[in-house]
Structures are given as C-alpha cells and as structure tokens.
Design a protein around this ligand. Structure first.
Ligand SMILES: [Zn+2]
Length: 116
C-alpha cells in the first residue's frame, strides 16, 4: 500500500474508524477523485474526506477532516460518511455506512472499538 502515513491527531482518530472489511464489501467509491473542502475551500490532499451534515443543519458538504471536526465530527447514516484515499488515488467509503449497507453487509460498526 502506498497510502499516506497518518499526520496529526484528527487523522489518527479517523484511521481508527476505518473499517476495511466493510469497505471492501460495500465497495462504494466517491464519484470524483479530486475533492475540495466546501467549507475552507482547500483541496483535500490528505488521507480522509468526509461527506457529511454541517453541524445541526440539514445541509451536506464535502469536508476536510479539520472542518468536519469543527462541525461536530459525527458519522452515520444521513449524518456523515468517511472516505479514505486508496492506493489508486480514489476515495473509498470506510466508515459511516448507511443503514441499508449495514443491513446487507453486516457487522455493527457504530462503536469506536471496531478492531478487526
Ligand atoms: Zn476544510
């Protein structure tokens, strides 16, 4: 794997959430390879990208990890989806699976201790 090494505490936390067994079953890629954070406008060049709800609003945004964190940092169906950079430079859904995906593919991953 040529994935980037973790940098910073936020990325460390997100890496712990990544569920690669679910991710490979669900096999859901973001439709673009290059993403820009809707909030700070920066190109997302790190390991993670989040498609999630902004705070308590119903508005969704593409976010870099630090903006996602400042918007509450939540994950889950209809709340936030975590995408991780794969070695072929695409974004794979690795956490925050939808209820449908969980029902179809599997294991509970709502808590933080989803070591595998
Ligand atoms: Zn941002």
């Amino acid at each position: 794997m040529t994935n980037k090494q973790p940098v910073g505490a936020i990325e460390q936390r997100l890496m712990k959430k990544e569920n690669w067994s679910m991710a490979s079953s669900v096999d859901c890629y973001w439709h673009e390879d290059e993403c820009r954070c809707d909030l700070c406008g920066k190109k997302i060049s790190g390991r993670h990208m989040i498609d999630g709800k902004r705070g308590d609003s119903y508005e969704f945004a593409l976010m870099c990890p630090s903006c996602h964190r400042s918007e509450g940092g939540k994950f889950g169906d209809g709340i936030g989806q975590l995408y991780s950079r794969t070695s072929d430079k695409r974004w794979l859904l690795t956490f925050g699976f939808t209820d449908d995906q969980l029902a179809e593919f599997g294991d509970e991953d709502e808590d933080d201790d989803n070591d595998f």
